[in-house]
Design a protein around this ligand. Structure first.
Ligand code: ZN
Length: 318
């Protein structure tokens, strides 16, 4: 029998979020609690289990309804172990799935937030109805997911499809992953901010310093300045956009997707970033694949983690 609904858990950010989602992507009962990661993995997992129990009781759903979890990684979805994650300091090889299955008595599936978001876009979002998708989460870092003929492409240990760390230039800037010249080192929130900080120390940076009322020159400040016609800011976003477009061209060559979906906070910079990207895509993709690949924005917004977790549960258990 088809599952009428599932429980989605979003472990990104500073809150644990739990919601009931139905097969059409309607979010029903939902709740959140502070993660309080400083209390250690066991306390956090207890709090996740308590929140699942509370939301399930409130929604009146049975013990047979499964749970999907979207978490930052690296993690292994095959074993259900979170290796470590920047927003949960102190976590090392935590067996989240087995612990939660014991505590809740429910079936539990785990995947990284980028892969979950790709599934969420396919089932509930901008790529609804597609079977072949490349999803990019442009945030502080860059995550994503790749789906081919309905199957998530993530490798032997589920660690693959780190498309934010696609090589753009072997002589490029240092990346957080330890490599050089990754897409993330050009087009992520931190990379745009790093370029802006360099400009801010020069005479060209006057406007950036004025706009950063709290002294924090983030990507949004660059976008505001670019919209005013500030040339140095336009150049920063063009550089990021060109790297993004070149990478998307590569993704089209590699995966022959029906659609590219762009999500995450940096995607809200819009066409100041995506305009230069769109110009580059045809130059970097094969002539017979470059036509008609729509590059669209995510429609899931701030609930991407919950939608992704729900989509994971439906895909795994339905
Ligand atoms: Zn990297």
């Amino acid at each position: 029998m088809a599952l009428p609904h599932v429980l989605g858990v979003d472990l990104g950010g500073t809150n644990i979020r739990v919601a009931v989602l139905d097969a059409n992507g309607s979010i029903g009962h939902a709740s959140r609690t502070k993660t309080l990661s400083e209390q250690g993995p066991d306390a956090v997992i207890d709090r996740i289990a308590d929140l699942i129990a509370a939301v399930a009781a409130e929604a009146g759903i049975g013990a047979d309804i499964p749970v999907g979890i979207a978490s930052p990684g690296p993690l292994n979805p095959r074993t259900g172990v979170v290796h470590y994650t920047p927003n949960l300091p102190g976590w090392r090889d935590v067996p989240v799935v087995s612990k939660l299955e014991q505590l809740t008595g429910r079936k539990v599936a785990l995947a990284n937030d980028g892969n979950c978001a790709a599934l969420g876009e396919l089932r509930f979002g901008s790529a609804r109805g597609c079977k072949n998708l490349v999803y990019l989460a442009l945030g502080t870092g860059i995550g994503g997911g790749v789906v081919t003929e309905g199957v998530l492409i993530d490798g032997k240990n589920g660690l693959g499809a780190e498309i934010g760390h696609t090589l753009v230039s072997i002589d490029g800037p240092r990346c957080t992953c330890g490599s050089i010249g990754c897409l993330e080192a050009y087009a992520s929130g931190w990379a745009i901010q790093a370029e802006a900080m360099k400009v801010a120390t020069t005479a060209d940076g006057d406007r950036l310093r004025e706009l950063a009322t709290d002294g924090h020159i983030h990507a949004g400040v660059v976008a505001t300045a670019a919209a005013e016609g500030h040339q140095a800011s336009i150049a920063i976003l063009e550089r990021a956009g060109r790297a993004l477009g070149a990478s998307i061209g590569s993704f089209i060559n590699m995966f022959d997707p029906e659609m590219i979906v762009i999500g995450g906070g940096v995607a809200t910079l819009g066409e100041a970033l995506m305009g230069p990207a769109r110009k580059m895509i045809p130059q970097y993709s094969f002539v017979d694949m470059r036509r008609d690949v729509p590059v669209v924005y995510s429609s899931l917004g701030g609930d991407t983690g919950l939608y992704g977790a729900g989509a994971l549960a439906f895909m795994t258990f339905d």
